[in-house]
Design a protein around this ligand. Sequence first.
Ligand SMILES: C[S@@+](CC[C@H](N)C(=O)[O-])C[C@H]1O[C@@H](n2cnc3c(N)ncnc32)[C@H](O)[C@@H]1O
Length: 314
Amino acid sequence: MINKLKVRCQKLTCDIFAKGLSRQAFLNRHDLPRPFFNDTMTNLESEREKTIRDFGEQWTHHQANTGYYASKALLSDLIEPLLDTTEIEGRKVLEIGSGTGRIVGMLVEAGASHIVAVEPSVAFDVLVRNTERHGAKVSCLHQRGDQVPRLNCDLVLSIGVIHHIPQPQPVMEAAWHTLKEGGRCLIWVYGREGNALYLCIAEPLRWLTRRLPVKANDLLAALLYWPALAYARLAQRFPHLPLSGYLTEVFLRFDPAQRRLVILDQINPAWARYCTRAEAEELLSAAGFTGIRSYHRHGYSWTVIGTKSQPTVP
Ligand SMILES: C[S@@+](CC[C@H](N)C(=O)[O-])C[C@H]1O[C@@H](n2cnc3c(N)ncnc32)[C@H](O)[C@@H]1O
């Protein structure tokens, strides 16, 4: 009985947080006993910490940012058509979940006036080393996204991060607070739509790999590389195959080490959620953003943008 209630509680919590409800709204809506709720919160917090540790290990093993993988052209692919790279010029940008600083380098190239890079894992040291050549233009914060201070930024970017956070709502709220009025927030997350076939393979595989150390997953990624490459070449020839757009225009433009890293990135982190369009948009709307627009990038992921506009006083 107790176990059943715990499982129900966990399912509801994951679902509700993905939809962006606060802890209080969740409690009000479901009238759940507080001990079970707190237990579930602890589980989510430990998933969050494990995911951060997984990335710390991953980025300590894979530190390099080169070629198309780290290019301004890839930034355009990630953020357009919702945001043009020319709109970054002269802007103060905060990036949540910077990893090794790949996106920071792209933002420097796009002409941002200042970049605040936020990274909670032990890969923070890699981030600092990889970005020190940009001097005072880049500041690094060793924090989680929900701990971001108010910095009066023009733009918040979070690329490939929010779907790895079990409770993303406080992060989205911190993004709202750190922006100046009229500032914009853009996130890129894995999509559920367009990934049905892929998820049939990836979700059972992840059940195992999310429990393995990064060295084992590195080995597995090297093995999976060959079938993935064969499928990518096939999808290049037959554009109607699932994921063809992404594989042809992005994956095959990476060098072999980066392709293996993409595979590792899929199998290694403890937490990864594939969002529907409604869930992705609600992440921003529940935090108070308005004018929300989304784009189904390469038919398998969602880029979403929203604006911080204060409610007008009547
Ligand atoms: C897939 S990596 C993306 C790195 C970078 N944005 C890029 O595209 O190269 C996800 C990053 O999010 C960070 N992360 C995980 N949980 C986070 C949290 N709660 N707050 C901020 N960053 C987090 C991880 O440590 C990791 O570096």
